[in-house]
Design a protein around this ligand. Structure first.
Ligand code: PTJ
Length: 249
């Protein structure tokens, strides 16, 4: 039991979720390494949603609202940390949820499916392997996708991943929104739009923004998307991190 008064309460709570998800078979072993790397970058960004990240979240909300076939791709870490927000965001957008794992095993897929169902998820794609389509140029298990989900999606939210698929999906003409605390990662640089923020803060913030923007007209939403420049936004996030080192006292 972590005392709420602990100065690192939120961070310890996330670690607890990660450890429990590992024990229950949701998380890949490497998911722990990924989480640790995320924590280091989160320290540098000040463990808060920056204004720069908020700009990215706003443009991401616009893209998701305008999408014809939005899909939220989930892996072990996302399921461990923000299952309720995945379900909520899918509901608000009418988006599909698809399980897509790098370290894919039938057992992990089943465990993640059950966990998300228990959180109230509707249909979850990415379980029927016999129907899978293959994404050309993506040789990891992430390349096998649901024909009704990522295969025909126009906008895909990929919270927290390892960088082999974003570029391929973008080259396929899809608008890929990544959530990644590391602004230098391949994923961050090759995504159409990257939110440099902790997934635990970014997901609820994204849902709030979608709720706020969904009555806006398409032209206004398009403008929000067009005014966003991913590389400039990444540079801004990196500057915030560097300043936190330079201004250390
Ligand atoms: O569940 P699977 O089988 O699909 O595997 C998922 C992992 C995460 C293990 C796999 O995709 C992987 O190995 O990822 P990487 O290469 O470690 O990359 C994860 C990225 O997410 C890194 O750039 C981290 O900085 C970042 N990250 C980690 N935790 C968070 C995060 N970004 C946002 N929020 C976090 N909480």
């Amino acid at each position: 039991m972590i005392p709420k008064s602990h100065p690192r309460y939120k961070s310890l709570l996330s670690r607890d979720k990660i450890v429990n998800a590992y024990k229950s078979g949701i998380l890949a072993d490497s998911g722990m390494i990924a989480h640790g790397r995320g924590e280091a970058f989160d320290y540098l960004i000040g463990e808060k949603t920056t204004e720069t990240a908020e700009k990215a979240i706003e443009a991401a909300a616009a893209a998701l609202i305008l999408a014809k076939n939005p899909v939220i791709s989930v892996n072990g870490n996302t399921t461990a940390l923000v299952p309720e927000h995945v379900v909520k965001l899918a509901e608000v957008l009418g988006a599909k949820i698809e399980i897509n794992l790098f370290y894919r095993t039938p057992k992990r897929v089943k465990t993640i499916w059950k966990f998300l169902k228990d959180q109230g998820a509707g249909e979850i794609l990415g379980t029927e392997e016999e129907d899978f389509k293959h994404i050309e140029g993506l040789d990891s298990p992430r390349g096998s996708v649901s024909p009704e989900g990522m295969y025909k999606a126009d906008v895909i939210l990929v919270p927290l991943e390892d960088g082999d698929r974003t570029e391929v999906l973008v080259n396929e003409g899809k608008f890929v929104i990544a959530v990644d605390l590391n602004p230098l990662s391949r994923t961050a640089k090759t995504a159409s739009l990257t939110i440099v923020d902790n997934i635990t803060r970014a997901m609820p913030c994204l849902t709030r923004k979608v709720n706020k923007l969904k009555t806006k007209n398409p032209d206004e939403l398009k403008k929000l998307m067009d005014n966003f420049n991913n590389i400039n936004n990444l540079k801004e996030s990196l500057k915030i991190m560097l300043n936190s080192i330079n201004e250390f006292e």
